[in-house]
Design a protein around this ligand. Structure first.
Ligand code: PLP
Length: 405
C-alpha cells in the first residue's frame, strides 16, 4: 500500500496538532475522509440539492437517483440481495435500536436474547430495554482469558426460548474477529434470528451477508471513510417485509387517511422523513474508494501494521497488551501502561500529536470482565504507516518517563 500517495488524498492528515505532525490512530472511533467523499457532499449541495421521493421535477429526480444509488452501492458492497434489503439510518446505534423495537415486537414474556460479553453498549442497551418492556431475559456468552468469544459457552446458552442472537463481528476494543458464520448457523438451528453488529468489521474486511447467512447486519458510514449521520441496516427482505415500521411519518407510507395509514414498500417503510441525502452521496464515494483500493489490500496492510505495532509495543517494559494472541483480529492495539492511568497516557500522546482513545470505549461490561477501569486503544486504517507506530511507541515511552514508571 502506497500510504504516502494515499495520505495526500486526505486533507486533514496534513495538519499539525500541538505543533507536531498529526498521527491519527483513533480510527475505531471514526475515520478521516478522502477528497472524493468531501467533494461528493459539496457537489450535492452545489448542484443537486433537492428532497427525495417527492417533487415531480428534474432536480428531485436527480437527488432521488443519487440517494437510491447509494443503497445499491451498499447492497453490492456487502453482497445483499438488492436495495430493498438496505435501510439507511442515522448510525449503527439507530440500526440496532430499529431492530430492538421492530423485530422486538414479536418478543414475548420469558423469551431470551443472547449477546456476548464483548459487545459495544449499542448492542447491549437496546436489547436490555426491549427485555424490560417485554419481560424477556438477556443472556451473555463468555469470553476466554485471551479475549476470544467462548463459542461453546455461547452454544450452551442457546435455548428453545432464544429468539435473537446478536453479536459483534469485530470487537471495538480487543479487535477480536468472531466466527459469525458459525454463530448464525447455531442461532438458526435453534430457530432464533441472528443479528450482526459489523460496525468494526465492514470498514476493515470483506463482509458478505450471503456467506454469513445472518438475518440482519448493522454498520456506520463514518467508520469507513464516509460521512457522519448515516448508518446502514441490512435485513433479509422477507423479514423486513413482515416487520412493523420503527419511526412513522412522511415518506414511509403509501396512503394515509384520517383513520390510519398503509406502509410504503421496503426499504422506504423504515426511512421516515427527509433522510441524509448529501451523506448518501458521500457514502457512495466512500464505497467507491474502498472498492478501488480493494478490501483484501486494506486487510493485508492493517495486518502488517498490527503485527509491527504489537511487536514494537511489546518491547516496552510495563506495557500490557490485550486481545487474542491467536486467531483473527482487526488493526487495534488495546494496551495499558503499568502505573499510569490510560487518560494520562492519552494526554502525553496528545502533546506529541498522537491521537488515540482512552477510557471504557462504550463497553463497560467488557472492561469489568477484563478487570480494568479503562484501556488505551490505538486503531489503524489504510492511511496509517510504520512511522506512526514508532511515534506511538516513543510517545508511550515518554509517558512512562513523565510519570516515573
Ligand atoms: N458497534 C460497535 C462494535 C462500535 O464500535 C460502535 C462505535 O464505536 C457502534 C456499534 C456504534 O456506532 P455508532 O456510534 O456509529 O452508532
Amino acid at each position: 500500500m502506497d500510504t504516502a500517495r494515499i495520505r495526500k488524498g486526505f486533507p486533514i492528515l496534513a495538519r499539525k496538532l500541538n505543533g507536531k505532525k498529526m498521527t491519527y490512530l483513533d480510527n475505531a472511533a471514526t475515520t478521516q475522509k478522502p477528497r472524493q467523499v468531501i467533494k461528493a457532499e459539496r457537489e450535492f449541495y452545489e448542484k443537486r440539492n433537492a428532497n427525495v421521493h417527492r417533487g415531480l421535477n428534474a432536480l428531485s429526480r436527480e437527488a432521488t437517483e443519487l440517494y437510491e444509488l447509494a443503497h445499491e452501492n451498499a447492497a453490492r458492497f456487502i453482497n445483499a440481495g438488492g436495495i430493498e434489503e438496505i435501510v439507511f439510518t442515522k448510525n449503527a446505534t439507530e440500526s440496532l435500536n430499529l431492530l430492538a423495537y421492530s423485530l422486538g415486537e414479536n418478543i414475548r414474556t420469558g423469551d431470551e436474547i443472547l449477546l456476548t460479553k464483548m459487545e459495544h453498549h449499542a448492542n447491549i442497551v437496546p436489547w436490555q430495554e426491549l427485555a424490560k418492556r417485554k419481560k424477556a431475559t438477556v443472556k451473555y456468552a463468555d469470553i476466554t482469558e485471551d479475549g476470544r468469544l467462548d463459542i461453546e459457552d455461547l452454544n450452551g446458552k442457546i435455548s428453545p426460548r432464544t429468539r435473537i442472537v446478536s453479536v459483534t463481528m469485530a470487537s471495538n476494543i480487543l479487535g477480536t474477529i468472531n466466527d459469525v458464520e458459525k454463530i448464525s448457523a447455531l442461532a438458526h438451528e435453534a430457530g432464533a434470528k441472528c443479528v450482526v453488529d459489523a460496525a468494526q468489521a465492514v470498514p476493515h474486511t470483506k463482509v458478505d451477508v450471503e456467506r454469513i447467512r445472518c438475518d440482519f447486519l448493522a454498520f456506520s458510514a463514518h467508520k469507513m471513510l464516509g460521512p457522519t449521520g448515516l448508518g446502514i441496516l441490512y435485513g433479509k427482505s422477507e423479514l423486513l417485509e413482515e416487520m412493523p415500521p420503527f419511526l412513522t411519518g412522511g415518506d414511509m407510507i403509501s396512503t394515509v387517511t384520517l383513520e390510519g395509514a398503509e406502509w410504503n414498500k421496503i426499504p422506504w417503510k423504515f426511512e421516515a422523513g427527509t433522510p441524509n441525502i448529501a451523506g448518501a452521496a458521500g457514502f457512495s464515494a466512500a464505497i467507491g474508494y474502498l472498492e478501488k483500493t480493494g478490501m483484501e489490500n486494506i486487510e493485508t496492510h492493517e495486518n502488517k501494521l498490527l503485527k509491527a505495532g504489537l511487536k514494537r509495543m511489546a518491547e516496552i517494559k510495563g506495557v500490557e497488551i490485550y486481545g487474542p494472541e491467536k486467531g483473527p483480529r482487526t488493526g487495534i492495539i488495546p494496551f495499558n501502561v503499568d502505573g499510569v492511568h490510560p487518560h494520562d497516557v492519552s494526554e502525553v500522546l496528545d502533546g506529541n500529536g498522537v491521537i488515540i482513545r482512552a477510557g471504557n470505549h462504550c463497553a463497560q461490561p467488557l472492561m469489568r470482565e477484563i478487570g480494568v477501569e479503562g484501556i488505551a486503544r490505538a486503531s489503524f486504517y489504510l492511511y496509517n504507516n510504520t512511522e506512526e507506530i514508532e511515534r506511538l511507541a516513543s510517545s508511550v515511552e515518554e509517558a512512562k518517563k513523565t510519570f516515573g514508571v
